[in-house]
Design a protein around this ligand. Structure first.
Ligand code: HAM
Length: 403
C-alpha cells in the first residue's frame, strides 16, 4: 500500500498518538465525545488518544505546511483509538492508513483520489469490493427544501449514517409531516444518478449531481472497473466535517463491519481560524482489510510482471535454458524458467499469462546452432541470438518496458 501511495506521489507523514481533545470536539460532532479515550495529563490539560488522523494532519498542515506548493498530497499509517463496543472487525485500538489531498477540489483530482483508493485494494489482492460514491449536498439541500434548515440536520444525518431508517422516519414524520418524510425516504431506494428528480427549490442538488457525474466519468478514464463502483445518494458519513463528495468502500464478504474505507471532501479550516482550502481524503481500516483478505482466502501478494520467460522446448534444451536463466538472474532480471519441454505454443502461452516482456526459446535446433529464439512480447520482434549475447539483446527491451 505504501508503494501505491508513492506511485501516486503522496508523501508520508506521522503525527502524535495523543492530541488535544478540543481538536476533535470542534468539528467531528458531539457523538465523538463518547467514542474517545480522553484524559487529563499531569498539568490538567484535556488530551485524548486520536480517534482518526484527518484533524491531526490538518493541524500539521495549517501549522507547518501551508506554504508548500499545492496540491499537497500526504499519507499516513498509524494506530487510532475509539471507545467503541468491540466486536468482529470493530476494535478499540486499530490501524488506519489514509491520505489527505490539500489544494485541489477539481473533478480530475477527486477521480484520481478514488482511483488511488481502488488501487490500494486491488494491489492488496482483495477480490470483492464495492465503492459507493455520493454527495452530501444532495441530502442537505433536499432536507432544506423539505423544511429542515441546515443547523438542525446533524442528528438526522447521524441516523442516516447508522442506516436507522425507522428512527429517521419517526424523526422526520414529527418534524415535516408524513408526506414530505416519505418523499425524502424515497431517495433511499434510488440506485442511479439519473433517477434523481431534482426539486426546483433545491439548487444544490443539480450542481452536486453534475459534479458527481464529472468525477465518475474521469474515474472511468483511469480504467476503473465500473462493476466495482456504485452511486449511493444516502452516504452521510459519521464525522461532521464533510462538505461535498463522500464515499465508502465495502467488502461484501464481511458481516456488519464491512466498511473498509471512508472519506470525502471536508473543511476543517474553521477549527484553526484559517481561510478555507480545498481538502479531500480517505482512511481505510487496516485490521479490517486484513480480515477481509483472509475471509476471501485471497491473501496472495500482488503478482509482479515477469521480465523474461526462458523455456526449454526439448530435453537437450534444458541445460542450456538453465544456464541462460542463471545469467539473466545474475543481472537482476525477474526470470520464470519453463523446463517442462512442452513445446513452443505452451511456453508462449505461459509467457503471455505471466505478462512477460520477452521469451527465450531453446529447442533441439537452437542447441545445434548455439543460438536461441528471442522474442520481444511487447513489439513482437523475434531474433536468433548466440547464447552469450542474450543478456545484451534483452537490455534495451527491458529499459523500453520500464519507460
Ligand atoms: P471513518 O469512516 O471514521 O473515517 O474511518 C475510516 C475507516 O477506519 C473505516 O471505514 C473503518 O474501516 C476503519 N475503522 C473505524 N473505526 C474502526 C474500529 N473501531 N475498528 C476497526 N476499524 C475501524 C475517518 O476516520 C476519516 N478520518 C477518513 C477521512 C480521511 N476523511 C477524509 N480524510
Amino acid at each position: 500500500m505504501r508503494r501505491v501511495f508513492h506511485a501516486f506521489n503522496y508523501r508520508e507523514v506521522a503525527t502524535p498518538t495523543f492530541e488535544e481533545l478540543d481538536l476533535f470536539l470542534a468539528k467531528s460532532g458531539p457523538g465523538i465525545r463518547d467514542e474517545i479515550y480522553d484524559f487529563k495529563d499531569k498539568s490538567g490539560r484535556d488530551l485524548c488518544l486520536r480517534p482518526e488522523l484527518t484533524a491531526p494532519v490538518m493541524r500539521y498542515y495549517f501549522a507547518s505546511l501551508k506554504s508548500e506548493p499545492k496540491p499537497l498530497k500526504l499519507f499516513y499509517f498509524g494506530p487510532c483509538y475509539r471507545y467503541d463496543r468491540p466486536q468482529a472487525g470493530r476494535y478499540r485500538e486499530f490501524w488506519q492508513m489514509g491520505c489527505e489531498l490539500v489544494g485541489d477540489g477539481s473533478s480530475e483530482a477527486l477521480a484520481e483520489l478514488l482511483q488511488l483508493a481502488l488501487r490500494l485494494f486491488e494491489e492488496a489482492g482483495l477480490q470483492r469490493f464495492v465503492l459507493r460514491v455520493g454527495h452530501l449536498e444532495i441530502l442537505r439541500s433536499l432536507l432544506e427544501s423539505l423544511g429542515v434548515p441546515r443547523p438542525d440536520q446533524p442528528p438526522l444525518m447521524r441516523l442516516i449514517d447508522k442506516k436507522d431508517l425507522a428512527g429517521l422516519r419517526q424523526a422526520l414524520d414529527g418534524r415535516i409531516g408524513a408526506a414530505r418524510s416519505a418523499e425524502f425516504l424515497a431517495y433511499f431506494d434510488l440506485d442511479s444518478l439519473e433517477a434523481i428528480r431534482v426539486p426546483p427549490d433545491a439548487p444544490g442538488v443539480a450542481a452536486a449531481i453534475s459534479k458527481l457525474q464529472a468525477v465518475l466519468a474521469r474515474l472511468t478514464g483511469f480504467g476503473a472497473d465500473p462493476k466495482t463502483i456504485r452511486f449511493d445518494p444516502t452516504i452521510a458519513r459519521g464525522l461532521e466535517y464533510y462538505s461535498g463528495l463522500v464515499f465508502e468502500l465495502d467488502a461484501p464478504d464481511l458481516g456488519a463491519e464491512k466498511q473498509l474505507l471512508g472519506g470525502g471532501e471536508y473543511d476543517l479550516s474553521g477549527v484553526f481560524g484559517e481561510r478555507p482550502v480545498a481538502a479531500v481524503g480517505f482512511a481505510l481500516g487496516f485490521d479490517r482489510t486484513l480480515v477481509a483478505l483472509q475471509k476471501g482466502a485471497s491473501f496472495a501478494p500482488a503478482a509482479e510482471p515477469v521480465d523474461v520467460v526462458v523455456a526449454a522446448l526439448s530435453e537437450s534444451g534444458i541445460p542450456v535454458a538453465q544456464q541462460i536463466g542463471n545469467a539473466l538472474r545474475e543481472r537482476d532480471l525477474r526470470v520464470e524458467l519453463d523446463l517442462s519441454a512442452r513445446g513452443a505454443k505452451k511456453s508462449l502461452g505461459r509467457a503471455n499469462s505471466l505478462a512477460a516482456r520477452a521469451v527465450v526459446l531453446v529447442g533441439d535446433q537452437e542447441v545445434a546452432h548455439s543460438k536461441a529464439a528471442v522474442k520481444n512480447l511487447v513489439t513482437g520482434e523475434q531474433v536468433q541470438v548466440t547464447f552469450s549475447e542474450i543478456p545484451r539483446q534483452l537490455e534495451p527491451w527491458m529499459r523500453a518496458a520500464l519507460r
